[in-house]
Write a protein that binds this ligand. Sequence first.
Ligand code: ACM
Length: 276
Amino acid sequence: MRIGFVQTCPVNGDVRGNLERAERLIGDGGGADVLVLPELFGTGYLHEDRRAVSALAESANGPTIDWARGISKSTGAAICGGFIWSDAGRLYNASFFAYDGKRVALYAKTHLFNREKLVFDEGPGPLSVFKSRGVAMGMMICFDWQFPEVARVLALDGAQILLHPSNLVLPWAQDAMRTRCLENGVFSITANRIGTEQDLRFTGGSRIVGPKGEILCDGPKDEEAVMAVDIDPALAADKKITERNDRRRDRRPELYARLTRPDFAEKTLAERDAEK
Ligand code: ACM
């Protein structure tokens, strides 16, 4: 299987122009089976208020997903990327996965970064895994990298590849994804953007990582690019680390249960001690 990313430099608000440029970069797909575009690659990242976000929002059958369905049909590559999703009065920073002319999956970002909290609604979940060409994949968006539970849940649900449309501005995510891949024994495709918006500079350096945390492909820091590599997704089925260690079976979930109690995280150790 050949997997890749399309690193773009969107112009804020110019959805049509951004899709056209992405289409030119993708060309005939270069033989890729899966191509991931950045978060919000059609709309750009920063929007003044909810009204501005609403003006760029689309339904799950809107023009961006129509476009992706068309490209997936004409190139043979499944297309994943970010868009603003308007659903039942909510505005989500979301991603889609389209293959063979069909929309296969949608995901609304669950961990909003900084000013996104002012204009988007938090995705309600679930974090879900779907199959395309017999390979299990899950989507996470940008700042979701900071929460290892996201990759963990997707991997435990069987994802072999994490699709990670991004608009990264902090310097850590690309390296953190090596750890996400290593601890879960999966592949990841982080598709980042370049360029600037207001006070933000996006860091490029899109990256594909393998299940041992190895870097399979590194994009440039400051140019648009399409890059892809051949992988064997079956390698993500092997969770063994040593003869006696297995990433999945060696887990001790009975010790982690309190991670999912919302009130646990709200109190520091000192606060809990003070209550005793
Ligand atoms: C980000 O989540 N776009 C940094």
